[in-house]
Design a binder for this molecule. Structure first.
Ligand code: FES
Ligand SMILES: [Fe+2]
Length: 384
C-alpha cells in the first residue's frame, strides 16, 4: 500500500469515527468516501463480515436431511446443511486440498464431491475420501472448517467467528416486538436476487429509514404508510427498527382456506408494521401475516447482491406455487416493484457519492437508524 493510499484509508476511518460521535439530537449522513473506498471495503470484509452474524436463508428452506444452501458472507463462501440427524450444520465452503469451493447453489445431497480433484465430504464437513492420497492420509485434519449456525425467528444465521456470542443474546431487545408474530412458523412464499450498482451500506441505510417512502414509493406502497405514524421503536448495538401504523386497507380479511390463525395479535397490533435491520446487512419488515427480508451482500465497492424473500403465515402445501394474485399474498408481486424503486434511488446515491463533492446535510429524527448503524461500523472498524 502506498503512503498516499494509507493516508486516504486513515482519512476514511476518521470519517466513520466522526460520524459515530455525533449527538443523538443532531447528526448528518455518512461522508461520501465511506461508500467509495475499496480499502475500506477490504477492511469491512475482515473486521465486520468475519465477525458478525449474517442471515443466509430461512429454516424452512432446508426441510429434509441432505438439503443444503450456499451463500457468500462477505468474502467467505458458506455451506449450510441439514444432516441425516436433522440438525443444521454450517461450514466454510472451501476444500482443504487446494481451496476450491466444494458445494454450489442449493439442493439435496448425501455428500459433496469437490469438482477439482474429487475429495468427498459428508454433510457435517468431515472428509470421507481423498482419491490417490496415501492410505494413512490424515483425513480428520482436513474437514471443512466449522462456523457457528443459529436459528433466530426462523432465519438461519451464521458467524465465522466461533467466539461471537449467540445472535439471540445480542438481539434480546427485539424479542418482545417480534415474539407475537411467530415468524418461526411463517413459510417462504417467494425468493429472488438482483444486483444493485451501489455500495452495500447505501442499500442497508435505505432500509433503516422510511422517510423516503412518500417520494420513492409514491407509485406503490408510499401512500399506505403514513409518515405521521413513523417512530423509532428499538435500537441497539446490532439493530435499528422503526414502525408504522398502517391504514385498514393493508389489513386484509383473513382467508381461512390458507391463513394460519394467530390469536396473539390484537386488531391494533395488526396495523403495526416494523421496518429495520440487524447489522451489518439483514433487513426486514414484519407485518401481522407476513414479512419480507433482504440481505445486502457486497460484491464490489459499488455493487451489492440483494437476496430477497417473502414469507407468511399461510398454509400452502410445500411445492405448490403460491397464487401471487391472491389479495393476502400481495407482497409477492409488490417486492420486485419496490426493489426496483429502491435500486433506482440507491444507484443515484452511489453516483452522487462518487463525485466526492458533497457532504450530506443534517438528518431528521426518523433517520436515527443511520446514526446507530454508523456507530456499529465505527465499533467494528476501530483498531482499539
Ligand atoms: S481442491 Fe478440492 S479436491 Fe483439490
Ligand atoms: Fe424503499
Amino acid at each position: 500500500m502506498s503512503s498516499g493510499s494509507e493516508k486516504s484509508m486513515l482519512g476514511v476511518l476518521d470519517s466513520v469515527a466522526a460520524m459515530a460521535t455525533q449527538q443523538d439530537a443532531e447528526f448528518s449522513g455518512i461522508s461520501p468516501d465511506v461508500y467509495t473506498s475499496q480499502a475500506l471495503l477490504d477492511l469491512e470484509y475482515e473486521r465486520i463480515f468475519k465477525h458478525q452474524w449474517a442471515c443466509v436463508g430461512r429454516f424452512d428452506e432446508l426441510p429434509n436431511p441432505g438439503d443444503y444452501l450456499t451463500a457468500d458472507v462477505g468474502i467467505v463462501p458458506i455451506v449450510v446443511t441439514r444432516g441425516e440427524d436433522g440438525n443444521l450444520g454450517a461450514m466454510v465452503n472451501v476444500c482443504s486440498h487446494r481451496l476450491a469451493t466444494v458445494a454450489a447453489g442449493a439442493g439435496n445431497a448425501k455428500r459433496f464431491a469437490c469438482p477439482y480433484h474429487g475429495w468427498v465430504y459428508d454433510l457435517s464437513g468431515a472428509l470421507l475420501s481423498a482419491p490417490r492420497m496415501p492410505d494413512d492420509y490424515d483425513k480428520a485434519a482436513c474437514s471443512l472448517r466449522q462456523v457457528q449456525v443459529e436459528i433466530w425467528n426462523g432465519f438461519i444465521y451464521v458467524n465465522v467467528d466461533l467466539d461471537a456470542p449467540p445472535v439471540s443474546e445480542s438481539l434480546a431487545a427485539l424479542e418482545p416486538f417480534f415474539r407475537p408474530y411467530h415468524m418461526e412458523r411463517m413459510q417462504v412464499l417467494a425468493r429472488g436476487s438482483e444486483v444493485w450498482n451501489a455500495n452495500w451500506k447505501v442499500a442497508t441505510e435505505n432500509f433503516l429509514e422510511s422517510y423516503h417512502l412518500e417520494m420513492t414509493h409514491a407509485a406503490s406502497i408510499g401512500p399506505l404508510f403514513p409518515q405521521g405514524t413513523l417512530k423509532m421503536v428499538s435500537e441497539g448495538p446490532m439493530h435499528a427498527f422503526h414502525s408504522f401504523t398502517v391504514g385498514e386497507e393493508l389489513v386484509h380479511p383473513i382467508d381461512p382456506s390458507i391463513a394460519l390463525p394467530n390469536p396473539d395479535l390484537s386488531d391494533a397490533d395488526k396495523r403495526i408494521v416494523y421496518v429495520g435491520g440487524v447489522f451489518p446487512n439483514h433487513l426486514f419488515t414484519v407485518a401481522y401475516d407476513q414479512f419480507t427480508w433482504m440481505r445486502a451482500q457486497p460484491i464490489g465497492v459499488d455493487k451489492t447482491l440483494i437476496d430477497w424473500g417473502v414469507a407468511g403465515a399461510f398454509n400452502i402445501p410445500r411445492g405448490t406455487k403460491p397464487d401471487a394474485n391472491h389479495p393476502n399474498l400481495y407482497y409477492i408481486n409488490e417486492i420486485p416493484k419496490l426493489n426496483g424503486e429502491d435500486r433506482s434511488v440507491t444507484e443515484r446515491v452511489q453516483k452522487g457519492a462518487r463525485s466526492g463533492m458533497i457532504t450530506p446535510s443534517k438528518l431528521q429524527a426518523n433517520e436515527h437508524g443511520l446514526l446507530t448503524f454508523a456507530r456499529f461500523l465505527s465499533r467494528c472498524l476501530s483498531t482499539n
